[in-house]
Design a protein. Structure first.
Length: 316
């Protein structure tokens, strides 16, 4: 505000200084003479008129024009950065709230019954928001493209890469909505699954991304190589001290995908990967095996968010 006032003042001074002393004198005379009809100005000789014009030109050229008054804040200014920060905070809160509402909408009684009976349950249209699913999908691909993933050594030759979702400034810049999805599920899912005594402030989360080009390149290294044989049926938490209790697999993949997913050993039920599909299974008892993504020329990459809810520490 101070800058704008100074600029306006300079602008007014500029206009005032543009008038010559002769014109200022005439203005003063007119003020004191009131409404009295004025006679025409005295005639000046050619030399006097020329000298008067030179004085006016010299006075005008000696006055610097004031700097323009900025009507719009420059990009990167403190005001603009503050506005961006407020918008980012609002977006983050909106996502956290949205996921909480989606968790609260789940048929949790039915989910508990299915987990206790079969060891797993399938929930389709978990987020039920094309915008939210697309953002999670894009972030899974961005982690791979920015080389923030490592080869999944448990699935060599399958073209899958892995990144631990831990948050932090660097990772949040790439996958903010994914981190918020993990945080909100971890906080709001355990109270609804109270039977498992889950920790609402701690979890283990990974983003897995399949890249068909990497898969083909790894297979090309071995003559006649084919896609790796299916993995054996197993459980997630194999060790006695493993604190993982409930595993969630979420697929933010394109609608065209029909492969991938898992197969449950009991009845050998195949649960294919599907856009916006959430699979919950008991980490320490549901025997299953992961199914590899195959892809084709029109389906190059796909991601899966793997989230493990863990039990509360016995020391608490």
């Amino acid at each position: 505000m101070r800058f704008i006032t100074s600029a306006v003042t300079l602008l007014l001074l500029h206009h005032v200084a543009a008038f010559s002393p002769v014109l200022q004198q005439r203005s003063s005379m007119a003020l004191f003479m009131g409404k009295k009809k004025q006679k025409g100005p005295p005639k000046l000789s050619y030399a006097e008129r020329l000298q008067h014009k030179r004085e006016m030109d010299r006075e005008k050229s000696s006055v610097e024009a004031p700097p323009p008054v900025p009507l719009v804040q420059e990009e990167g200014s403190p005001q603009q950065l503050a506005k961006q920060m407020v918008e980012a905070q609002r977006t983050s809160i909106d996502m956290l709230t949205f996921v909480r509402q989606r968790v609260e909408c789940l048929p949790l009684t039915t989910i508990m019954e299915s987990l206790n009976k079969d060891g797993y349950v399938v929930v389709d249209d978990f987020l039920a928001s094309e915008d939210a699913v697309s953002k999670i999908q894009a972030e899974g691909l961005a982690l791979f493209e920015k080389e923030m993933m490592e080869t999944d050594l448990t699935k060599l030759g399958c073209g899958e890469y892995l990144a631990s979702i831990k948050g932090g400034d660097d990772q949040y810049l790439v996958c903010p909505r994914t981190i918020e999805l993990v945080v909100s599920i971890t906080k709001h899912m355990p109270p609804s699954l109270s039977e498992f005594d889950l920790d609402g402030s701690n979890c283990m989360a990974f983003m897995r991304t399949y890249d068909r080009s990497s898969q083909l390149a790894s297979l090309a290294l071995v003559e006649g190589a084919e896609l790796a044989a299916p993995q054996p049926f197993d459980i997630v938490a194999k060790e006695e001290d493993d604190t993982r209790k409930v595993t969630l697999l979420y697929y933010p993949i394109a609608a065209e995908w029909s492969d991938g997913g898992i197969t449950i050993e009991k009845g050998e039920r195949l649960i294919s990967a599907k856009r916006d599909r959430l699979i919950l299974l008991l980490s320490d008892s549901c025997r299953h095996r992961p199914e590899y993504f195959a892809g084709d020329e029109s389906r190059e990459r796909a991601s899966c968010l793997e989230l493990h809810l863990i039990g509360k520490s016995k020391n608490l």
